[in-house]
Design a protein around this ligand. Structure first.
Ligand SMILES: Nc1nc2c(c(=O)[nH]1)N[C@H]1C(S)=C(S)[C@@H](COP(=O)(O)O)O[C@H]1N2
Ligand SMILES: [Mo]
Length: 508
């Protein structure tokens, strides 16, 4: 009897496969996009207050479980109906799944702080669901006895196998997705409950003159949501702050173990530091500037008392990534910190929650360990680190560089005065001048915005009298020691790119 149950089974299997795929992708890549959870959150927002209160009155703290079970039932019934409709009138069932996917996308995009990426798991859910339903439904139709093949029993067996395997695979994927995401979700919940202490010493206020008001120019402090992210973590470590420990080990007189609560009780300092990736191409965007809250590593290391022979600190993250930092960069007077806060928030999970390192003047691969749990005081001769094992240099001081943000490369602009602007950096040295060159002519001095400190990038601008035609613009920075940014082109491997950023614009 094919009237309802078999077509319904195609729908259920397809939707399970789709949701399974969406949940897996969300668990690994788009942490805030779980199709089931975003729809659940949307329902919570939309449900009238009286119903919410009634559910809480009856089920108490089980209210979330009730929501998830109800959603699952609605989903299963809807899936059955979709399968049945697809059998009666293709492609109505697939359209129904598309509508379900659209609800997921809408739910994902309306969460606070959501980005376009968060919609991807829901899109995947719908696409997989639609493809699988099409295939299973076709198979089901093939099982109907025809004059040519009066007995459909073989194809029927194949259909039953395919449908149940799909459903089982989908269900398994949902379960795996949930298990994988547990740590992340627990960490996100713990993070939301954290109140960072006030800084014992606050960062000097960002000077009003540090920013030019030019559309398209990078803001002098990068919002957390726009901060570049680089790491090897396929899955963001979900660390429980109450079990986090930092161990300082190796060539020290006193091994130290520090809890998160102990760290928060130390006199924390605020500092604004620009972070850059060694993989940042000339003109690239793997750079950001934030105000960090943290505790100076030099004080912690002073307590640990490194022995005289130690020349490197190998920091290790919870997921086993390592960075080798010259010990002097962590013990001299610069603001090398164990950071817990970023722009007034606890560190975002993807930026190292609960604790990371920030070291002015060094590329991230040799200094900026996120999810840090151990500092092994050692020697360069004895141990290597994740990226130095892969051909990158042992030492990674940030290179003097500059970038043009506006006009955007390849843009068409109107003749007349055109604002050319961008950022320049030479962390821990400082930028003292920026020059702009139009069509290979003389280098013209750009105007510099005020510096926040030598550890941060600086905005610059130049008023260009643009004439019709196509033009190239180049930029070049000079550091506080008078060193001029080289035009010599070097690849990012092994210790950072050099060369001058150049853009083409057409003026009309
Ligand atoms: N645990 C861990 N920390 C890490 C990395 C990593 O892969 N794993 N990458 C480093 C690199 S190469 C850079 S450039 C910075 C980037 O920090 P961000 O993602 O907060 O911008 O983190 C550093 N810290
Ligand atoms: Mo990096």
């Amino acid at each position: 009897m094919t009237s309802f149950w078999r077509p319904a089974a195609t729908g259920v299997a397809s939707v399970l496969a789709g949701v399974g795929a969406g949940e897996l992708v969300s668990a690994f890549f788009v942490q805030n996009g779980s199709p089931v959870l975003v729809v659940g959150a949307l329902v919570i927002d939309l449900v009238p207050a009286w119903l919410k209160e009634a559910v809480i009155a009856v089920f108490g703290t089980g209210d979330k479980a009730v929501l998830i079970v109800s959603l699952a039932l609605v989903l299963l019934v809807g899936a059955g109906v979709a399968g049945w409709l697809e059998h009666l009138r293709p492609p109505v069932g697939r359209i129904l799944i598309a509508v379900g996917g659209a609800v997921g996308v809408l739910a994902a995009l309306t969460r606070s702080g959501a980005g376009l990426l968060d919609a991807i798991p829901s899109v995947i859910t719908a696409v997989v669901g639609i493809l699988v339903l099409g295939a299973l439904s076709r198979m089901l139709r093939g099982t109907a006895p025809t004059r040519v093949a009066p007995s459909g029993s073989v194809t029927r067996r194949r259909f039953v196998t395919a449908t149940s395997a799909t459903a089982a695979g989908g269900a398994l994927a949902v379960i795996v997705g949930q298990v994988v995401a547990t740590g992340y979700r627990a960490a996100a919940t713990a993070r939301a409950a954290i109140h960072l202490p006030r800084a014992a010493s606050t960062a000097p206020p960002i000077p009003a003159g540090a920013s030019f008001d030019i559309a398209g120019l990078s803001p002098v402090v990068t919002p957390n949501a726009d901060f570049y992210r680089i790491d090897t973590a396929l899955q963001i470590p979900g660390i429980d702050p109450s079990s986090w420990r930092l161990r300082i080990t190796g060539m020290v007189e006193n091994e130290i173990e520090l809890t998160f609560a102990e760290l928060l009780k130390l006199p924390l300092e605020e500092s604004t530091t620009t972070l850059t990736c060694v993989s940042n191409e000339v003109g690239g965007n793997l750079i950001g500037n934030a105000t960090w809250l943290g505790y100076p590593l030099r004080h912690l290391l002073a307590r640990a008392k490194p022995t005289a022979k130690a020349d490197m600190v190998l920091s290790r993250s919870q997921d086993g990534w390592t960075a080798s930092t010259p010990i002097e960069a962590l013990t001299d007077e610069r603001n090398a910190i164990l950071a817990v806060g970023m722009n007034g928030q606890p560190l975002p999970l993807e930026h190292g929650y609960p604790v990371r390192m920030v070291v002015p003047g060094l590329y991230g691969y040799v200094s900026a360990t996120k999810w840090v749990v151990e500092l092994n005081v050692t020697r360069f001769d004895d141990i290597t680190s994740y990226w130095t094992d892969r051909g990158w240099s042992q030492r990674g001081p940030v290179k003097l560089s500059s970038r043009i943000d506006v006009p955007a490369a390849g843009r068409q602009v109107a003749a007349g005065t055109v604002a050319v602007a961008g950022v320049a950096w030479s962390q821990h040295v400082g930028v003292s001048a920026v020059h702009v060159q139009i069509d290979g002519g003389d280098w013209q001095a750009a105007e510099l915005a005020d510096a926040i400190s030598v550890d941060t990038w600086r905005q610059w601008k130049y008023a260009w009298e643009a004439t019709k035609g196509s033009h190239t613009i180049r930029v070049r920075a000079t550091d506080a020691n008078g060193k001029v940014q080289t035009s010599k082109v070097a690849d990012v491997v092994p210790d950072g790119a050099t060369g001058l950023h150049e853009i083409s614009v057409s003026v009309s």
